[in-house]
Design a protein around this ligand. Structure first.
Ligand code: DX5
Ligand code: ZN
Length: 219
């Protein structure tokens, strides 16, 4: 299994101090910065777009992982890559049959490409993407809001997905989990096969950010 990486979500940050928050994550041992992009259509809330990514890009050398919870993600790729995104994750539900070709397009433009599924989407919807993906993301809450409770059925999906990857010669593929991760459940989540751990509330609510990031990584 690939090494465990912690990807705090800036959705849980103080938006009035975003530069400071990104620097704080960088200094406190985060591995990746997870940027939750919401369009008010694929999910009800609106967060931010490529302009935010462009603004924080000079403030950190960490990879910027952009999770696009948007309809018509194909219209956004160019803007996020120009803004400095390292990875772009697109939802299977927003892409339909175009998932794999959009991922190839993202890669052709020089970024990493990942495929995401919502809790109600069967894990098999990711199988076609395994060959091309730089990472796979299994949502463990309904997308749109931070601070929700981890959906336990996600563990079975992670196990199935890791087993499929191993069987198909992709044992080292990054599998990300997003939503409701805490210090208490991260151990079983990693045991189930996830290795890239998104955490919003758990990281930003902690009194000691460095300690919680270390604890999540070494659980
Ligand atoms: C949900 C987002 C998640 C969310 C995670 O739509 O994709 O990244 O911010 O937040 P927590 O860790 O608070 O569940
Ligand atoms: Zn996310």
């Amino acid at each position: 299994m690939p090494s465990v990486k912690i990807a705090p979500s800036i959705l849980a940050a103080d938006f009035s101090k975003m530069g400071y928050e990104v620097e704080r994550l960088t200094e406190n041992g985060a591995d990746i910065i997870h940027c939750d992009v919401m369009d008010g259509s694929f999910v009800p809330p609106i967060t931010f777009g490529a302009q935010m990514v462009k603004s924080i890009r000079p403030l950190t050398s960490l990879p910027l992982d952009c999770h696009l919870m948007v309809n018509h993600p194909e219209t956004q790729i160019d803007g996020f890559i120009k803004a400095g995104a390292d990875n772009i994750s697109v939802h299977a539900e927003a892409c339909g049959k175009g998932l794999v070709s959009l991922m190839r397009e993202i890669q052709a433009h020089g970024a990493k490409a990942s495929a995401v599924i919502n809790p109600e989407t069967p894990v098999e919807a990711l199988f076609d993407a395994v060959e091309v993906a730089d990472m796979l993301l299994v949502m463990s809450v309904h997308p749109g809001w931070g601070g929700q409770k981890f959906i336990p059925e996600t563990l079975e999906k992670l196990k199935k997905l890791r087993a499929f990857c191993v069987k198909n010669g992709k044992a080292d593929l990054d599998i990300q989990v997003d939503g409701g991760v805490t210090e208490d459940n991260v151990g079983e989540i990693i045991a189930a096969g996830a290795n890239v751990i998104v955490a919003g509330s758990t990281v930003f609510r902690a009194a000691d950010m460095r300690a919680v990031i270390t604890k999540l990584r070494t659980a």
